[in-house]
Write a protein that binds this ligand. Structure first.
Ligand SMILES: Cc1cc2nc3c(=O)[nH]c(=O)nc-3n(C[C@H](O)[C@H](O)[C@H](O)COP(=O)(O)OP(=O)(O)OC[C@H]3O[C@@H](n4cnc5c(N)ncnc54)[C@H](O)[C@@H]3O)c2cc1C
Length: 380
């Protein structure tokens, strides 16, 4: 058992940290206020290989493992969780679905453009009436005259308004229930396919979240992704990896909030002393640092198991559950340590506090993680 990052991973962390502090740091608040999607910075992340982190070089990827990928997401989230969310949805949801279930033609056509950031990807599973119960998809795809015709709509799709490629799940066989959902690849500009409302959010405001709508959208056979009826089952596999990235995002966000609170506690004086000298503040810092370390270990263990080709349904859910709930607590305490200034936008903890709530909701709520974990425990 080795608890140290490799030399390459340390260098990767430094490279991403430099990128995040240089390219994201100065703009975080402005992007958040205006809900600006940071397209230019996303393209630069593509040039650095961050948009194809976990894919082989033959598709233009960086051929990294899940620990490396976690380090990337962590470092981006430490500065801007919204940016980390954009990169996570692109990599571990859209691109990974194409990588895991796609034909060689589909991988050559789509993955090679997604890994470089030439195209941005989104992944649409959630519907207005099918959230936690994602298998209850109502969007339909009917096979008619050699084409799949999609009707319906998706909600809460990350990157929706900026994506050139969308992987969407639709019901192809109502009688087969969860085994009647299939996945499709859609390109922006396809007739009958459009994006709808852009959500105005509490946090993660520079990451775009929107509706994706289908109205008699006819797709050739070539756009079916994976086997018919396997779309939902494949989605669960995709989420096993995706949850590691949301857990890593939680760790990075918590790290950013903790560092800001630590720094502030050593600057702020009350009663003639730095507040870091008060034991009540020291205990908060100790608890924050400890929960971040514990979260990170869970993330890296799930990542190491994934890299070893093992099933990580339980471990990725445990990492996501623990890290996201720990991050909510850390962000809360970081604001508390700042007192009234934590409530003011001049300090970064205000944004961490808003952003963090998504971590216990996206890619399955905490309640659903507990359900997944318990199901795995009872199966063993
Ligand atoms: C910013 C943002 C980005 C997102 N990005 C994407 C994306 O890119 N692609 C995508 O497909 N989706 C995305 N989502 C959707 C996200 O995954 C869902 O919001 C989430 O799965 C919860 O679904 P819901 O919102 O419908 O809540 P609901 O399912 O309605 O849940 C409401 C409450 O009921 C609880 N609950 C539900 N069922 C159970 C149960 N069986 N047992 C116990 N409690 C239960 C939930 O835990 C929650 O507390 C995003 C959401 C947000 C907010």
């Amino acid at each position: 058992m080795d608890f140290e990052l490799t030399q390459e991973q340390v260098q990767l962390r430094k490279m991403v940290r430099d990128f995040a502090e240089r390219e994201l740091g100065p703009h975080v608040l402005e992007w958040d206020e205006a809900q600006t999607f940071p397209l230019e910075a996303v393209k630069k992340a593509g040039e650095l290989g961050l948009l194809g982190a976990i894919f082989p070089e033959e598709y233009g990827g960086s051929d990294l493992g899940y620990i490396d990928y976690s380090v990337i997401i962590e470092e981006l989230a430490r500065v801007d969780p919204s940016f980390a969310l954009i990169v996570a949805a692109h990599n571990s949801l859209c691109s990974n679905h194409i990588y895991l279930a796609g034909t060689e033609d589909q991988k050559q056509k789509y993955l090679s453009k997604l890994t470089t950031g030439e195209w941005i990807g989104c992944w649409s599973l959630t519907e207005p009436e099918a959230g936690s119960d994602a298998g209850g998809t109502r969007t339909t795809a009917v096979h008619r005259s050699g084409a799949w015709v999609l009707n319906g709509g998706k909600t809460f799709t990350t990157n929706a308004h900026h994506a050139q490629v969308c992987v969407a799940m639709a019901l192809t066989d109502r009688a087969a229930s969860h085994h009647g959902v299939s996945a499709f690849i859609l390109e922006s500009g396809t007739p009958g396919f459009r994006v709808g409302k852009k959500e105005n959010k509490l946090g993660m405001r520079s990451s775009d979240t929107g509706e994706v709508l289908f109205s008699d959208c006819a797709l050739p056979e070539s756009q079916l992704l994976g086997k018919p009826g396997e779309g939902f089952v494949d989605s669960l596999r995709i989420l096993d990896g995706g949850r590691i990235s949301i857990a890593a995002l939680s760790v990075g966000l918590a790290q950013g909030a903790y560092e800001a609170a630590l720094h502030y506690s050593k600057q702020r004086k009350q009663f003639g002393r730095f507040i870091s000298e008060f034991q009540a503040i020291q205990h908060k810092l100790a608890d924050m640092a400890t929960s971040i370390e514990a979260s990170r270990l869970l993330v890296y263990r799930a990542g190491a198991m994934k890299d070893a080709g093992l099933r990580v349904t339980k471990e990725s859910s445990m990492a996501k559950l623990f890290a996201s709930e720990a991050a909510v607590k850390v962000a809360d305490e970081a604001v508390q340590i700042h007192g009234g200034y934590g409530f003011i936008k001049d300090y970064p903890v205000e944004k961490f506090y808003r952003d963090v709530k998504l971590c216990t909701i996206g890619e399955g709520t905490s309640e659903i993680q507990r359900l997944v974990i318990a199901r795995q425990l009872l199966k063993d």
